[in-house]
Design a protein around this ligand. Sequence first.
Ligand code: SF4
Length: 358
Amino acid sequence: MSKINIIPIFIPHLGCPNDCVFCNQKKITGISTHVTGSEVESNILEYLDYFYDKSKDVEIAFYGGSFTALEIDKQIEFLSVAKKYKDSGKIDRIRLSTRPDFIDRDILKIQLDYGVDIIELGVQSMDDEVLNLSNRGHSSKDVIKAVESIRETKITLGLQQMIGLPGDTYEKSLYTTRELIKLKPDFVRIYPTLIVKDTELERMYYNNEYTPMSLESSVEDVSKFLMLYMKEDIKVIRIGLQNTESISTDGDVVGGPFHESYRELVEGLVLNEMLYNYLTKFIEIDNMTVFGSGRNISLLVGQKSKYKDLLKSKYNIKNLKYKQMKIDDTKLKLEINSEIYNIDLEYELGNLVDKMGI
Ligand code: SF4
């Protein structure tokens, strides 16, 4: 459960001068009307009233568009409402997302004057060819400039990365991950590219100009990138688009690696990779019991026991059991052929990343 109460304000495609091939913000945010300052205010009041646990921090989040590409008056209209509630102590933070080419010192001054705490940049890729083919309308240099400007302020910085865009490859996404790590963001979000209805990508897909990643290969790639971020202590606060009425295979997703529990698939694979790496030193495993926190056990077993079955056959284990125990998420305990082994997952992660050479 989230440790904060979020008031989401969707500003679909408002202000964005661009048309990225994958984007239909009207679909992604599930809203197709334009927003006004008074709507922002009623939204805030509605959410403040609705939150069950009022002891949590409250964050207003402007999602969905390119906030700083809005006309200045519009930005101020929205931010004044948000600031009023921040000044009165009813909300704790203001967050927004935007494009890297709509950040400069003047824009940042407005954001600071109106109390913006967190800016998320839609980077998507640090490969200029991928950015061009996706019609992003900005370059990797714009990303670096925007990050440098934000870093001159006290604003928290988030970066969004997409994998599987047109022209993208594993190597290019790996390069993007390494470049994003160098930029030292406070957090990252990773999205596998989905084909949403009424987008240029949908047209490209039906004309055989674009092939989406399979679920399996996207989970494999993202698990490696997640390991790199984890090793560098960079928080990955989201993996995969949030499942909504429109973001589902019954809704507007026409192709691409969509899964309702995408993050669990990725995190489960990361944990299992660490376990495989640890187990390489054993020649024969007849009986094994894995002890871990409830969260880790469910990730390790996987949906429909997918990862459990894989582990069992990979090491030819006759009896494989999983047991929950009170233990930190960074530790696992194994009982193998009656011997006990303690695994420090942070140590194993470093070990695995070095071994994989990623
Ligand atoms: S910059 Fe963002 S809002 Fe604008 S078209 Fe691209 S993804 Fe959509």
